[in-house]
Design a protein around this ligand. Sequence first.
Ligand code: HEC
Ligand code: HEC
Length: 306
Amino acid sequence: MLGTFWQVWITLITLGSIIGCAVLIMYSSRGMRKEETDQTTGHDYDGIQEYDNPLPRWWVFMFWGTIVFGFIYLGAYGFGNFNGLFTVTVDGEEVTWTSTNQWKAEVQAFDQEIAPLYAKYSATPVADLIHDEEALQSGQRLFKSNCSVCHGSNAKGAQGFPNLTDNDWLYGGAPDTIKQTITHGRQGAMPAWGAVMGEEGTANMVQYVRSLSGLKHDAAAAEAAAPQFQQICMACHGPDGKGNQAVGAPNLTDDIWLYGGSSKQIEFTLKNGRNGKMPAHAEILGTNADAKIHLLTAYVYSLSNK
Ligand code: HEC
Ligand code: HEC
């Protein structure tokens, strides 16, 4: 709602301009000849003279036409606090037209149209749906508009955002697990160990972690850290460093990195911890969310199960 001042301001400017135009055109038509003659106004510019003829009729009518159009437009769409007479149907109710309401109405119409198709997809298990090209294309479109900001348009991820095409999973790659991830989100919790392990302990542990993936490392330093790995890291990453999908602790032995396998990145991870967050999409996806999640699951599942 606009305050009184702005309401008056808008009314004066809008109606004032329209009425102003009407007054201007009436004023300049006043006393104008009705017929064309060859009489001139008497003005003479270096021998060029000006006929004293009426404004072309079609031109004057067009001017009036725009004024009438202005009033119809204001009536339909409204101005200031007047909402206009146009309506659209949102949530089964007639509401005044606004661009937001029009958008909502169109989205709802589309959702209604697509519901039967979604119902068909939802009734098909993910393992079968990956053979349905059209379903996968829908899934891909949903992925591009909802997930690619973080996971990349090719789903190959980026630092901190897992690659979804490599069949290496933080939380697990079974259809139900993927669905769980998308619906409820995930919160990675790698604690910071810098204070616990100290400078030297951390440097040694970096070498140990690199050794797990067979990367170039200082063997003596790695060996020095091995007992501490069993003390503090084993709880989540497992005794052999192969990870634990129940808590999203990555496998540290496969040379596939969420945050990077360089000594610098591993050191940063150990010192400061990491807290990757996958947002819950049950609500973000809006209407037909369950069906959309089913399609998204099929699409993600298909990326590593062709
Ligand atoms: C705001 C960024 C963001 C968006 C948007 C996002 N994700 Fe994620 N996603 C993440 C992060 C970060 C992780 C890793 C969480 C962690 O580190 O524990 C993740 C993890 C996942 C995983 C688990 C991977 C594994 O290895 O177990 C799946 C599956 C997934 N996302 C799918 C999706 C899908 C499908 C969408 C779109 C509906 C989506 N994500 C949207 C950030 C995002
Ligand atoms: C409480 C469980 C827990 C403990 C204990 C733990 N981690 Fe982690 N760690 C995680 C989780 C969960 C992640 C993934 C974080 C994310 O998804 O943002 C992770 C990530 C990492 C990564 C990054 C892997 C990558 O792919 O980039 C490294 C390296 C790592 N941990 C090493 C260690 C070491 C070494 C220790 C022991 C000093 C340790 N972690 C102790 C849970 C744990």
